[in-house]
Design a protein around this ligand. Structure first.
Ligand code: NAD
Length: 424
């Protein structure tokens, strides 16, 4: 089955991709049929159609989803995405990836995801707030600090999380900061959360470069998707390791400068102009060209299905660090692995976000907050040990890094399911 969620071209259905990735690990683990059925299916799915009064007084009905894939290891955890191309199958895939991600880095969470079919870029701030508060209300049967904890994803941000926290708290009659993570610091957010996804990506790139003998000080980097995850990855790679960021892109276009792009200036420019397109001293290129640049490190940080069997052969980067969820299809994975290119899989590479979300939730629950240094040290420890576990598994089992990460994750979730048993 194919789905046209990602623009005009038909792309693989993300949930089928997620299930195929799971099947590869389940086969190798020899998972029995019953457990396989449990883990390749989502546990709970809520679809809501809800009205929002727009600024001009008209009423528009929006569709939103919240999917919990598995809660064997703890409460469901996962972001909420606002995008015109959101589908139920995309949210299912993202929820399943969250389950494996939390298991790879050993967080006591299951996996969930949410999405609303909308284009926030065409909505005023007050329309976004009304939509968010109504969607949060619709999610009330599912979300809660011990049941399902949302966080930011594409086109949602700390402000969105503050609105969700406030709406949920109004219904409870008292403040419940731990119902969402990725909040602003002033309402119970954590130091380091805004940069956590990018920082985690960078820690995994550091380890991959060490393994491959790549000198990061002279490394070139292309970043697809210059949002929260992509721009932070670029900034830290440049500032802390001396990498040259030679190309970046967003939904409106890509830019290239072989001499290097100042990542902070690009963030500023995007903030002022709505896009990196037109950034001074850079050449416009296509998104396809960006993926095929002769760089050392490619960071897909936008959406799913960007590296497929059609273009994987032209990807030349030595390291592909998946800041985005689901950017590479299983066919492309095989091609890249066959070529000796290392893909740091999404469920490992971008797990820094949910890791610091976990820290935020723990801090909210105990109402006692840590310093940014403590947060970053704890994050670094988890990312490094998780990377090492995945790498050692990949070497031992002679498989690619994604399969290795899945072997660890699926095995851990399966163990929890066996221990808990099938109710009743
Ligand atoms: P964001 O909304 O901050 O940024 C997304 C960026 O991608 C935007 O700049 C957008 O213009 C760009 N983009 C969209 N379509 C594009 C295309 N076709 N080509 C190039 N660029 C395109 O979102 P984000 O939070 O940075 O999320 C990006 C990816 O990272 C998603 O896959 C998300 O699931 C994943 N992720 C995010 C977090 C987090 O904490 N924010 C955590 C883990 C994973």
């Amino acid at each position: 089955m194919i789905d046209s969620f990602a623009g005009n071209t038909t792309k693989p259905n993300p949930f089928e991709v997620a299930q195929r990735q799971f099947d590869i690990a389940a086969d190798r683990l020899g998972l029995d049929n019953g457990l396989r059925q449990v883990l390749r299916t989502t546990k709970r799915e809520l679809t809501v159609h809800f009205p929002v009064t727009m600024d001009d007084g008209s009423i528009q009905v929006f569709t939103g989803y919240r999917v919990q894939h598995d809660v064997g290891r703890g409460p469901a955890k996962g972001g909420i995405r606002y995008h015109p191309d959101v589908t139920l199958d995309e949210v299912r895939a993202l929820a399943m990836w969250m389950t494996w991600k939390c298991a790879v880095v050993r967080l006591p969470y299951g996996g969930a995801k949410g999405g609303v079919v909308c284009d926030p870029k065409r909505m005023s701030l007050s329309e976004q707030e009304t939509l968010t508060r109504r969607f949060a209300t619709e999610l009330t049967p599912l979300i809660g600090p011990d049941s399902d904890i949302p966080a930011p994803d594409v086109n949602t941000n700390p402000q969105t999380m503050a609105w969700i926290m406030d709406t949920y708290s109004m219904h409870q009659g008292y403040s419940v900061p731990s119902v969402v993570t990725g909040k602003p610091i002033d309402v119970g957010g954590s130091e380091g959360r805004a940069e956590a996804t990018g920082r985690g990506v960078v820690f995994t790139i550091e380890q991959a470069a060490r393994e491959l003998g790549l000198d990061l000080a002279n490394a070139t980097v292309a970043v697809q998707g210059y949002g929260n995850a992509g721009s932070t990855t670029a900034k830290l790679l440049h500032r802390d390791y001396g990498c040259h960021i030679v190309a970046v892109s967003d939904s409106r276009g890509a830019i290239h400068n072989p001499e290097g792009i100042d990542p902070d200036a690009a963030v500023l420019y995007k903030g002022q102009n709505g896009s990196v397109s037109g950034f001074p001293s850079s050449e416009p290129i296509s998104n396809e060209d960006l993926l095929a640049l002769p760089v050392d490190i490619l960071v897909p940080a936008a959406l799913e299905n960007q590296i497929t069997e059609e273009n994987a052969g032209s990807v030349r980067a030595r390291i592909i660090a998946e800041a985005a969820n689901g950017p590479t299809t299983p066919e492309a994975d095989q091609m890249l692995y066959g070529n000796g290119q290392m893909v740091i899989p999404d469920i490992l590479a971008n797990a820094g976000g949910v890791t610091v979300s976990y820290f935020e939730w723990v801090q909210d629950k105990q109402a006692f907050f840590w310093t940014e240094t403590e947060i970053n040290e704890k994050l670094r420890r988890i990312m490094l040990s998780s990377f090492d576990e995945v790498l050692q598994t990949a070497k031992r089992e002679k498989v690619d890094m994604r399969t290795a990460a899945y072997l660890l994750a699926v095995d851990r979730v399966a163990a929890a399911t066996r221990l808990r048993g099938i109710y009743p």
